[in-house]
Ligand binder design. Structure first.
Ligand SMILES: [Zn+2]
Length: 186
């Protein structure tokens, strides 16, 4: 596979400039994994790659948090020839809905598009614990957690160092560059 970072840049899934993130922080980069995964041949390839790179026990199923994890989780499960379920938030709480359920002792890998803070991954881990399932680890296409680490076995295809600044300390603001809210038209 060609350099994944280059592919992401070509798909405009990684942007460079001066961005206002949903957290309120400013950053010289913006990642929108969905733009890369909208290429169905690429998402299939990335799913196969994640499946191939998993070196542990074979899981019984893949679980991903909605929305971001759904496409890549499904592709990874498809490559592993195992079922795929997704979790959703209901009143802020991560849940299995739509009649999905997990059996006691089932071996599960969590798959996400991006590890950002690790919060959603851990919410899924805690949910699966309630079902007494065995979480083997977590996989993602992109890891932008910086120095933070997930407390479980994990692997990502692309590690990105994304700098963020509070607006008062943003060097891009000091240079007078206009701050763009991603997704809005220029
Ligand atoms: Zn700024």
């Amino acid at each position: 596979m060609k350099d994944l970072k280059k592919i992401f840049e070509e798909k405009r899934a990684i942007l460079s400039g001066h961005f206002l993130l949903s957290s309120g922080l400013h950053s010289p980069n913006y990642v929108q994994c969905a733009l890369a995964l909208s290429d169905t041949a690429l998402s299939k390839k990335l799913g196969k790659e994640l499946a191939k790179r998993w070196k542990g026990t074979k899981p019984d199923l893949i679980v991903s948090p909605a929305m971001g994890g759904i496409i890549i989780g499904h592709e990874t499960a498809s490559a592993m020839k195992i079922p795929f379920l997704f979790t959703e938030r209901e009143n802020g709480e991560m849940k299995l809905r739509r009649g999905f359920s997990v059996e006691k002792g089932q071996k599960i890998i969590i798959v996400e598009d991006v590890f950002t803070t690790g919060k959603s991954t851990m919410e899924v881990v805690n949910l699966l614990k309630k079902y007494k399932a065995k979480v083997l680890g977590a996989l993602s296409v992109v890891n932008r957690m910086g120095d933070k680490k997930l407390p479980l076995k994990n692997f990502s295809l692309l590690k990105l160092e994304i700098k963020t600044y509070t607006p008062d300390k943003c060097p891009l603001c000091k240079q007078g560059l206009p701050c763009v809210k991603p997704g809005s038209r220029k």
